[in-house]
Structure formats: structure tokens, C-alpha cells
Design a protein around this ligand. Structure first.
Ligand code: NAD
Length: 354
């Protein structure tokens, strides 16, 4: 067999993991020399932001609780203004990918350091990828300056993540690992993390669906999300993430449910050309039919079965195909407009779902 050759570069990330670790925030801030943190959250997680601010005592100078999906430019500008007016020397981003994304854009534009406390499985805290939406167009880029200085993973904060969101957020994480396994810049260490990340999430999600307050499964899922997020941060994503970007950006489909519905169809398309990835996923999911298994388990756990359920129509398919082939990117199989049309049409109708 061909001997592997690869480049691997570790990202400088400090991770604190464990139930109750939110209580370590003050020490973490002190360690980083941060004395005036602005706490960021969505309106829905305002109470959690207040709790974090209380824990930080004098090391918190206020809260900005208007974070929203895909970081709208006006929200980023308002947050920057709040940070300036409060004299903040850093931000604490506590919440899902939307809040952590806001912290990243503030870091990009002002250089303020960020501590992140993730409460979903999206994985943004492990990546140098930022996103900003202006006039309905989402721009993304990679910049190491947006990496959090410190990430606190406290599974207790995920106990009340609703089951439907836990499931789709978990599959969002699994999608990062799938594409990291066949990435052009894959490496043995990332492949280990990807396989273990998929295994942790695939084992934990059914338990969470039955008993959402179980700390052990929540802890396993969050550990899986950490691993999958690190895979996303270390590799170049392919067709799946490209299609999800189009479906979210142009058609406004919801982020995590879109990842969940689409993944089995991209897997069905790509895995025949990526045998090592298929073997790793078969081991992690204990199945011979990875695409079918992904579709079946997500639907059994309550996820949507088709892109039609998320609001996509037959009419949209051609535009998606056009955008998907507009720029070249690495993928195990060549991406043609015909292939995309067929794949998206199957996902539109949910042909792999039970
Ligand atoms: P989200 O952050 O938009 O959260 C959805 C809702 O759930 C929000 O109202 C939030 O406050 C609430 N919520 C979050 N955690 C909760 C909890 N534990 N309990 C109860 N409610 C909770 O959703 P998301 O899927 O985490 O993030 C999606 C966004 O992140 C998208 O914009 C996506 O593009 C981005 N993202 C970026 C990267 C990256 O590397 N840059 C990676 C993944 C996702």
C-alpha cells in the first residue's frame, strides 16, 4: 500500500473539561491576565450569561446578550461598541456556535482575547474559522487570531440543550469528522480523533434522547464534539460543508438540521471513493452501511427526514448545483452539477430515511 505522507500542525489550544468546571472561570481569567471581561450570549441564554458574570465578580464589566445566528455585521458592530465602552480587555463567549462566532469576529476586528464556553456540539471553539454576514452574504475565513485562549467544556451546561437540538448538533459534529477523515490534509492523529469523536457521539446521542439529564452521556457527547471540532479546525472540508454553506447562506435553511439531513447523502456519494474513511466510520458506528445507518439513527432520534421538511423545494436544486461547482475544492469524487443535482434531490425527498 502507498505510504502516507502528511503535514500536521497543532493549534495552540487550552482545554478545561469536566462537570462543574464553569466554576474555574475566575482562575482561568486570572491566568490569562484578563480583569475586564465582556460576557457574550444570545438573548435565550441571558440567564446563563448573568450566572457567568456573577462567577467572575469584578473580572466582568458587563454583558452583551444579542448574539445571533451567522454573526450579522450590525450585531458584531454593536458588540464591539459595547466592548469599547465597557473598557473590556477580553470577551467570554458562552453558548453555541452563534455566540462563539461573535467572540471570534470581535477578536478578529479588535484583537481582544476570548475565553469560550460551548453549550452545543457545533465545535466552533476549536477552529480558526470565522464567519460574518453582511447584506445577506456570509463571508468566512481562517485566522489564528480568532482562536479562543481557553475553552471550558462543562457538560452540566448541556443538560438542558433540548433533545432535538442535541441530536442535530451532534450530527453537525459527526459531519466535521466524516469530512476530516477524507480531507486532502488528513493526518493519522486527526483520523484517530475523528473516529473516536464519531464513536462517542453515536453512542451518547441515543442515551441522551432517552434521558437528557444523564451526565455521563452528556459528558461523552461533549467530549466527542470537542474531538470533532478539533478535526474541523485542522483540515479542509469538502462537498458536505460546501453544500451546507449554500443551503444556509442562500436558502436560509437551519444550520444543524441541514447538516444532519444531508450527511447520509454525501456519505453515499463520497464513501465509495474513500475506503479508509468508510472503514473508520463502519468501526465507529458498528455498521456495514454507513449512509443508511446515519439516516436511520438520526430519524429514529427525532431529526427531520428530508430537506423538503426544512423548506427546500425542487425548484432550488439547479441553483444549488450551480453554486456547488462554481469554485473547485478537494473532494474524494469529482463534483459535477449532475452529481450534485442527484444527491440533493435524494436528500430533498429523504430517500435513505426509513
Ligand atoms: P446556536 O449557537 O445558534 O444556538 C441555537 C440556540 O440554542 C440559541 O438560541 C442558543 O442560545 C441556544 N442554546 C445553545 N446552547 C444551549 C443549551 N445548552 N441549552 C439551551 N439552549 C441552548 O447553534 P449552533 O448550532 O451551536 O451554532 C450554529 C452557528 O455556528 C452557525 O452560524 C454556524 O455557521 C456556526 N458554526 C461555526 C463553526 C466554525 O468553525 N466557525 C463551526 C460550527 C458552527
Amino acid at each position: 500500500a502507498r505510504q502516507p505522507s502528511f503535514t500536521y500542525e497543532a493549534l495552540p489550544m487550552r482545554v478545561i473539561f469536566g462537570a462543574g468546571t464553569l466554576a474555574q472561570l475566575p482562575q482561568e481569567a486570572e491566568r490569562l491576565g484578563l480583569r475586564r471581561l465582556l460576557v457574550l450570549s444570545t438573548p435565550e441564554q441571558e440567564a446563563l450569561a448573568e450566572h457567568a458574570a456573577t462567577l467572575l465578580e469584578d473580572a466582568s464589566v458587563g454583558r452583551f446578550t444579542e448574539a445571533r445566528m451567522h454573526v450579522p455585521a450590525d450585531v458584531a458592530a454593536a458588540a464591539r461598541k459595547a466592548a469599547r465602552e465597557a473598557g473590556a480587555d477580553g470577551c467570554l463567549a458562552i453558548g453555541g456556535g452563534s455566540t462563539i462566532g461573535l467572540g471570534k469576529v470581535i477578536a478578529l476586528e479588535t484583537g481582544l482575547p476570548v475565553i469560550s464556553v460551548p453549550t452545543t456540539y457545533a465545535g466552533s471553539e476549536m477552529t480558526p474559522i470565522w464567519g460574518l454576514t453582511d447584506n445577506g452574504r456570509k463571508r468566512t475565513g481562517r485566522d489564528r487570531s480568532v482562536l479562543p485562549r481557553s475553552v471550558v467544556y462543562d457538560p452540566e451546561l448541556t443538560l438542558r440543550l433540548p433533545v432535538d437540538m442535541s441530536v442535530t448538533s451532534g450530527f453537525n459534529a459527526i459531519a466535521h469528522a466524516v469530512e476530516a477523515l477524507y480531507a486532502p490534509d488528513a493526518s493519522p492523529i486527526i483520523s484517530l480523533m475523528a473516529e473516536e469523536g464519531v464513536r462517542s457521539l453515536a453512542t451518547a446521542l441515543p442515551t441522551i434522547a432517552k434521558a437528557p439529564l444523564g451526565l455521563e452521556a452528556r459528558s461523552d457527547a461533549l467530549r466527542g464534539a470537542w474531538l470533532c471540532g478539533a478535526c474541523l479546525g485542522a483540515t479542509t472540508m469538502s462537498l458536505h460543508h460546501r453544500l451546507c454553506h449554500i443551503l444556509g447562506g442562500t436558502f436560509d435553511l437551519p444550520h444543524a438540521p441541514t447538516h444532519t439531513v444531508l450527511l447520509p447523502y454525501v456519505a453515499a456519494f463520497n464513501l465509495p471513493a474513500a475506503p479508509t474513511t468508510e472503514r473508520a466510520l463502519s468501526r465507529a458506528l458498528t455498521t456495514d452501511d454507513v449512509p443508511k445507518h446515519l439516516a436511520r439513527t438520526s430519524v429514529e432520534l427525532g431529526a427531520p427526514r428530508s430537506l423538503a421538511e426544512l423548506g427546500l423545494t425542487e425548484h432550488d436544486v439547479t441553483e444549488i448545483a450551480t453554486q456547488a461547482v462554481a469554485q473547485p475544492y478537494a473532494n474524494p469524487r469529482p463534483v459535477t452539477a449532475d452529481a450534485v443535482r442527484s444527491l440533493v434531490t435524494d436528500a430533498l425527498h429523504g430517500t435513505l430515511a426509513p
